[in-house]
Design a protein. Sequence first.
Length: 129
Amino acid sequence: MKIAIGHAYRNRAGGAERVVGTLHTMFPKAPIFTTILDRSSLWDVLRDADIRTSWMQKLPLLKRHFKAYLLFYPGAIERFDLREYDLVISSNTAFGKAATTRPGALHICYCHTPRRVVRDVERYLEPRG
């Protein structure tokens, strides 16, 4: 069985990233698909993981201004072609479920609490104005 792990973005070391670390420990050969990646913030358990990023990884000033690209994340996830996988496990709060899978594939979503931008827009975007 071919397994893939999906995660909306990987640029912080928080609770959702711990879940991805646990999934990687359970399925160490499964590649992890994510829109963006900041390798300096990886948990030790993910340092050897096969992490594949989207086209967003090449956007300018991404590390500092990743929130400014909010509208691009859903489209970047949708462009991941995961049709070769029998099982996709996504860990996310919003758009991580949008990856393209084949009919008959099982997609399990570990859905965290709603994204901060949804439940507290002013505080989430406050520094950006």
